[in-house]
Write a protein that binds this ligand. Structure first.
Ligand SMILES: Nc1ncnc2c1ncn2[C@@H]1O[C@H](COP(=O)(O)OP(=O)(O)OP(=O)(O)O)[C@@H](O)[C@H]1O
Length: 320
């Protein structure tokens, strides 16, 4: 047992030296959480293997933050159990296994960026070197600035630095890029991927479908507190969306187009038609055979947004 284990800052049993590290970083087993009559999370079963980068995707009110808060030990489930590397969340937090980046939260007033990061590092048993944290969070040039006087995007970088300062094996991010512009977002995800490359586990909640598509090995879509899809972004797109045949038809009638072979859905906007199909070849052949005059025909894989909307039935969630 190391001398640091007896440090008064750490009240948990020493979990760091467990000889067997369970395969799963995260397990939700039959987890429900109700707030009065509101069932925020309902019988959630989820296993996330160590080393995965997983996006939690869902419309407003789907239960993402509630699930994350249970994972962080901030709230308790009404039913079921949550495990982090085989331990209850509060024990895992005290062992320094989890780094979290909340949606917002004030930064300690009066301290410089460096001081904030130094302070957080001092709370962890085996923190990441200071320079590495600053460089990873793209904060080296801001190290001497006061943390409470930064722009929204810069402050998010400090929150990211706080989350990784302890070199946690699990990083949990709740809508981490909400306050960032496009360039900051790009550099943030590059940092996140660099951190994940060391075999760490990442769970992030997002509304941005592109972020899930580009940065997650696995996407878990939740709606009304339940998992409605779980797989790679590609699997979700093909399972839920099939392919899309789009064309322009002008003011000619569209009646009957939705009965073409393979077609599972049709959307007409202005003179533009979008057919969702499980068999684009058969659809296009039948379309031409029908003699309907079409222009600008294109066949595309359904994107994650289409898949997401068809899975969650939520029409309000759109790209930023
Ligand atoms: N403290 C609370 N008291 C009462 N109801 C709550 C509380 N926190 C969340 N809820 C409700 O639980 C449901 C799930 O909320 P949650 O914040 O987990 O969703 P979310 O997926 O994170 O949404 P968003 O994307 O908007 O952040 C919602 O209906 C919400 O109104």
């Amino acid at each position: 047992m190391s001398s640091r284990t007896r440090d008064s800052r750490h009240y948990a049993p020493d979990l760091r030296e467990s000889s067997v590290i369970p395969m799963n970083a995260i397990t939700f087993t039959g987890v429900s959480k109700s707030y009065g009559a509101v069932r925020a999370v309902e019988a959630l079963d989820l296993e996330i293997a160590a080393g995965q980068a997983v996006a939690l995707l869902g419309p407003n009110g789907a239960g993402k933050s509630t699930s994350i808060n249970m994972l962080l030990g901030l709230i308790r489930p009404t039913a079921g159990t949550v495990g982090v590397f085989g331990q209850p969340p509060d024990a895992a937090v005290r062992a320094g296994w989890i780094g979290a980046m909340p949606q917002d939260g004030a930064l300690v007033p009066g301290l410089t960026v460096r001081e904030v990061v130094e302070f957080v590092r001092s709370l962890y048993p085996e923190p990441m070197p200071l320079d590495e944290v600053l460089s990873l969070a793209n904060l080296t040039s801001l190290a001497k600035r006061r943390a409470d006087q930064l722009s929204g995007g810069q402050a998010q970088r400090v929150r990211f630095a706080i989350a990784v300062a302890g070199a946690p094996r699990l990083l949990v991010l709740d809508e981490p890029t909400a306050a960032m512009d496009v360039e900051s977002r790009r550099s943030f995800w590059a940092s996140m991927r660099a951190y994940a490359a060391g075999g760490r586990t990442i769970l992030f909640a997002t509304h941005y479908l592109e972020e899930a598509d580009e940065n997650a090995d696995r996407v878990v879509v939740i709606s009304r507190g339940q998992v409605v899809a779980d797989g790679t972004a590609q699997e979700i797109k093909s399972a839920a969306g099939g392919r899309t045949v789009r064309f322009t038809i002008g003011d000619r009638p569209t009646a009957g187009l939705d009965t073409l072979p393979g077609v599972t859905g049709m959307e007409v906007r202005g003179g533009s038609v979008r057919l969702r199909t499980t068999d684009p070849d058969a659809t296009v052949q039948a379309l031409y055979a029908s003699g309907v005059e079409v222009r600008d025909l294109e066949v595309k894989g359904a994107d994650l947004e289409e898949a997401f909307l068809s899975l969650t039935g939520d029409k309000s969630t759109t790209r930023p």
